[in-house]
Design a protein around this ligand. Structure first.
Ligand code: FE
Length: 261
């Protein structure tokens, strides 16, 4: 009888674990020139993986990591058309044969153009696409519902947010994107931004709702703050935007053989 009870609980417990806590492979990578985070997400069952916001100078590092982890790169995705670095998606396509992905609203070229509510599938996992414009027209947040993790790009940074004074930026639109989309995710959702300049690596919906110095203000106060930041002209913008419109392919270093990876 005791054995039967143990078997029963084992069966129930095993079913709960297998259906609710599918593990994922996750790595956070960094570019110290632009303070950009790149994220690797992989399915441990099918070995398919994707990269979010790769930087061209680290394409070989990122591709090598996928190989080290015995993963197959399916997608190289951008949260938006970046102005501060050149994307690695074009180079990664050449290295791995993966597909590049960006939002339709970004105006950039890619193999797959996505929109609000689209789903990006890799192995047994999905990323849900939320359109979160305001920093740029084409900004997206990618949400991994099983793990309650979201990748916010520049829409929401740790105790900050992306600037809104160039590239179709609009503070009112950004405020609504954060409050109506990101802040409506479960409060324990862990948020991974595209950048951090202070050594922080992630935050949560709860933290930002309580502590973000800009986004805890009213919409009008937020607009006032954003319109008076007086930030300098982005250093790499003149080089980065034309390259990023075409997956950064014009900036693939030509003197480096691809088979060195
Ligand atoms: Fe940006």
């Amino acid at each position: 009888m005791v054995l039967q009870v143990i078997r029963f609980f084992n069966k129930v417990f095993t079913r709960r674990v297998s259906s609710h806590t599918r593990s994922i492979i996750f790595r956070q990578l960094f570019d110290d020139v632009s303070s950009t985070y790149t994220y690797l997400l992989g399915c441990p069952i099918t070995r398919e993986c994707l990269l979010i916001d790769p930087v061209v100078e680290h394409s070989k590092r990122d591709f090598k990591l996928t190989k080290d982890l015995r993963l197959q790169l399916k997608f190289a995705i951008n949260t938006h058309m970046h102005a501060d670095h050149i994307t690695g998606t074009g180079y990664l396509k050449a290295l791995s044969g993966c597909k590049s992905v960006i939002s339709k609203a970004s105006g950039a070229q890619a193999d797959i153009l996505i929109d609000e509510s689209d789903i990006i599938q890799f192995g047994d996992h999905i990323l849900k696409v939320f359109s979160t414009p305001g920093h740029t027209n084409g900004c997206c947040t990618y949400y991994l519902p099983e793990q309650e993790i979201a990748f916010t790009g520049d829409a929401l940074l740790i105790r900050g947010c992306g600037r809104t004074d160039f590239q179709e930026g609009n503070p009112r639109t950004l405020y609504r994107s954060v409050h109506d989309k990101i802040f409506t995710l479960p409060k324990n959702t862990i948020l991974y931004p595209a950048h951090d300049y202070h050594g922080m690596m992630c935050t949560s919906v709860d933290e930002e709702k309580r502590l973000n110095p800009r986004l805890t203000k009213s919409e009008d106060e937020f607009v006032e703050i954003m319109n008076n930041l007086n930030l300098g002209y982005p250093k790499q913008i003149d080089k980065a935007l034309p390259a990023n419109k075409v997956c950064g392919v014009f900036d693939i270093p030509k003197d480096e053989p691809l088979d060195e990876v």
